[in-house]
Ligand binder design. Structure first.
Ligand code: TYD
Ligand code: MG
Length: 493
C-alpha cells in the first residue's frame, strides 16, 4: 500500500522538515514538530492573491493615496490603541493568554460597533455556542439599543462557511473568536495547528481585502509566549493587539505590538469587573490617593507604558525566613531584577536583607520591566525592613546601577506632570553625577537638588543611599518640610 506523503511541521515557526527531530532547527523549540500530510492547497483559496495589472512599477509620489477610512468601534481605549479606529479591509489579531478577557473585549467591541454603526456586525464564535453568547451579552448589558438588532452571531468552525455567511450579511466588521477554532475543510490537520491557523487566516484576509471589511481575529497565546498559531499570524495581519494582565489582578493592558496604521506607543487600560471589561480612560482611580498615608513597604512608581504615564504602587514585604534558603517571590516585577536590587541595597546602601523572605508585587496586577521601577522597588524593600513608611505624597523613579548610583529615566517630565496632576507633592529622581554620556536625548536628568514642577517638588539625588535618606527620613526632622510644602494635615507634624 502506498504511504501518503507527510512532512514534519514546527508548530511554533512553521519550519518544515522531512523527518522528525526533537528540536526545531529554525526556532529552537523542543518537541514542536508534528507530522502533517502534504496537501496541495486549493487554487480557489489563492484566487485574487496576485493581480497582473499591478505589475508595473510607478513612482511612489504618483501612487493614488490610499484612503484609509477608519471605523471607530466606540470603545475609546480600544480605538486609541488601534490608532483612532480599525481601518477598512484590515486584519487585526487580538492575542492574549486564556482567560485574560479576549472574548469579553471582542464581544464588547462587537456590541459597541453594532450600536454606533448603521450596518450589522458579525461575531463568529467557534468556542461558545450562540446561546452562551446571548447569556453573556445580555448579562453585560450589550443587548440594548440598536446593538440588539445589529449584532449577529454565527456558531461555526469552517472558514468557508464563515466567509460565505459574511458575504451574505455584508457586515461593517467581522469578529472571529477564535482563529484556533477555525478549520479549512480541504486541509488535514486539527484546528489550531500551524497549517490550519495560517490557511484560515489567509482566507479571512482575502475576504477582508476583497470586500474592504475589517476582520478582527482572537488568538490564544500560551503563558511562555510561544504561540503555536499567532506567531505565524503576526506576519499576515496588519495589527497585533496584545491583551495582558495578571490573572488575579483587575487591570488589563491593551498594547499594539504591531500596527501598520498607527503608533505602537499607545496603550489601552481596562479593569476586569463583575460586569465585564471597563475602560479606564483615567487610571488614577485605580491606585491609592496621593494624600493617603501608606504602610511601610509601599512606594509609588512612575511608570511609562507607551506614551502613557502610570502611577503604580509597589509593595514589598521583607521578614521571616532564617533557616533554609530564603523565599523570593515577585508578582509583576522581574525576579532577577529583585535579586540585583537586594544585592545593591546591601552592598551600597547598608540595607541587608540577608536570609529574610522577600515578597514584592505591583498593585492592580500590572507588570513592568522598566528600569524606572528600580528605585521605588528598592525603597519599598528598605521601607519594609526598617519598618518605616515613606511619607505620603511621594513618588519615585530612577534606574539603580550596580554601583548604587541612580540613572535618569526617559520621559521624566511626562511622568512628573502626571504625578503633579494626581496630587503628589514630592518626587525623588536621579541627579546624574556625571553628565556627559548619561545625557542622551530622551533622558532628562533633573538638576541636582530640589526644583519644582506644577507644584511637585522634584528632589534629585545621586545615589540609592541618598534616596533612602530622603525617602525614609522621619517627617519631623526632614529639612524639606521647612520649605514651601503645603500643610495638608496634622499627620506629619
Ligand atoms: P474571557 O473573555 O472569556 O477570556 P478569554 O476569551 O481571553 O479566554 O474572560 C474570562 C475571564 O474573565 C474569566 O476568568 C472571568 C472573567 N470575567 C469577569 O470577571 N467578569 C465578566 O463580566 C466576564 C465576562 C468575565
Ligand atoms: Mg475566549
Amino acid at each position: 500500500m502506498k504511504r501518503i506523503e507527510t512532512r514534519y511541521v514546527c508548530q511554533t515557526c512553521a519550519m518544515e522538515a522531512p523527518r522528525w527531530e526533537g528540536q526545531c532547527r529554525s526556532c529552537g523549540a523542543w518537541n514542536s514538530l508534528v507530522e502533517t500530510p502534504v496537501t496541495a492547497l486549493p487554487r480557489a483559496a489563492r484566487r485574487g492573491a496576485t493581480s497582473r495589472s499591478s505589475l508595473q512599477a510607478i513612482p511612489l509620489r504618483d501612487v493614488a493615496p490610499g484612503s484609509a477610512s477608519r471605523l471607530q468601534l466606540g470603545i475609546g481605549e480600544l480605538d486609541r490603541v488601534l490608532g483612532g479606529g480599525v481601518v477598512a479591509g484590515s486584519m487585526v489579531l487580538l492575542a492574549g493568554e486564556p482567560g485574560v478577557g479576549k472574548s469579553t473585549l471582542a464581544l464588547g467591541a462587537a456590541a459597541a460597533a453594532a450600536d454606533r454603526l448603521d450596518r450589522p456586525v458579525l461575531y463568529v464564535s467557534g468556542e461558545e455556542s450562540p446561546g452562551q453568547l446571548q447569556l453573556r451579552a445580555d448579562r453585560l448589558g450589550h443587548l440594548v439599543g440598536t446593538a440588539a438588532e445589529r449584532l449577529h452571531v454565527l456558531g461555526a468552525n469552517e472558514v468557508e462557511s464563515v466567509v460565505e455567511a459574511a458575504r451574505r450579511l455584508r457586515p461593517t466588521i467581522v469578529i472571529v473568536d477564535s482563529i484556533q477554532s477555525l478549520t479549512a475543510d480541504d486541509l488535514d490537520g486539527p484546528a489550531g495547528s500551524v497549517g490550519q491557523v495560517r490557511e484560515t487566516a489567509q482566507r479571512l484576509l482575502l475576504y477582508a481585502k476583497g470586500e474592504g471589511v475589517p476582520v478582527v481575529v482572537v488568538g490564544h497565546v500560551t503563558k511562555d509566549g510561544s504561540v503555536a498559531g499567532p506567531k505565524t499570524l503576526e506576519h499576515i495581519v496588519d495589527v497585533v493587539l496584545a491583551l495582558e494582565g495578571e490573572p488575579g489582578g483587575a487591570v488589563r493592558l491593551l498594547r499594539a505590538t504591531k500596527n501598520r496604521f498607527g503608533s505602537t506607543e499607545e496603550v489601552g487600560l481596562f479593569e476586569m469587573s463583575g460586569d465585564g471589561l471597563r475602560p479606564m480612560p483615567d487610571p488614577a482611580e485605580l491606585f491609592t490617593p496621593a494624600g493617603e498615608a501608606r504602610p511601610p513597604g509601599s512606594a509609588v512608581a512612575m511608570l511609562l507604558e507607551g506614551s502613557r504615564p502610570l502611577l503604580v504602587e509597589v509593595q514589598a514585604l521583607v521578614g521571616g525566613g532564617g533557616y533554609g534558603p530564603p523565599r523570593r517571590a515577585a508578582s509583576g516585577v522581574d525576579l532577577d531584577r529583585l535579586a540585583v536590587l537586594t544585592a545593591v541595597l546591601a552592598k551600597r546602601a547598608g540595607v541587608g536583607i540577608g536570609s529574610h523572605d522577600v515578597y514584592v508585587s505591583l498593585a492592580g496586577g500590572l507588570r513592568s520591566r522598566e528600569p524606572a521601577i528600580d528605585l521605588p522597588l528598592a525603597l519599598a524593600l528598605a521601607s519594609s525592613i526598617r519598618d518605616r513608611p515613606i511619607a505620603s505624597g511621594t513618588v519615585t523613579g530612577a534606574e539603580v546601577a550596580l554601583s548604587g548610583e541612580l540613572r535618569p529615566i526617559p520621559g521624566l517630565e511626562r511622568r512628573l506632570r502626571e504625578a503633579a496632576r494626581l496630587g503628589y507633592r514630592r518626587a525623588i529622581v536621579a541627579a546624574s553625577l556625571r553628565p556627559g554620556p548619561e545625557q542622551r536625548p530622551g533622558r532628562t536628568a533633573a538638576p541636582f537638588g530640589p526644583s519644582e514642577l506644577d507644584g511637585l517638588r522634584v528632589v534629585a539625588v545621586p545615589t540609592l543611599r541618598a534616596a533612602l535618606d530622603v525617602a525614609l527620613e522621619r517627617p519631623a526632622s526632614s529639612p524639606e518640610r521647612l520649605t514651601a510644602v503645603p500643610v495638608e494635615s496634622g499627620s506629619q507634624g
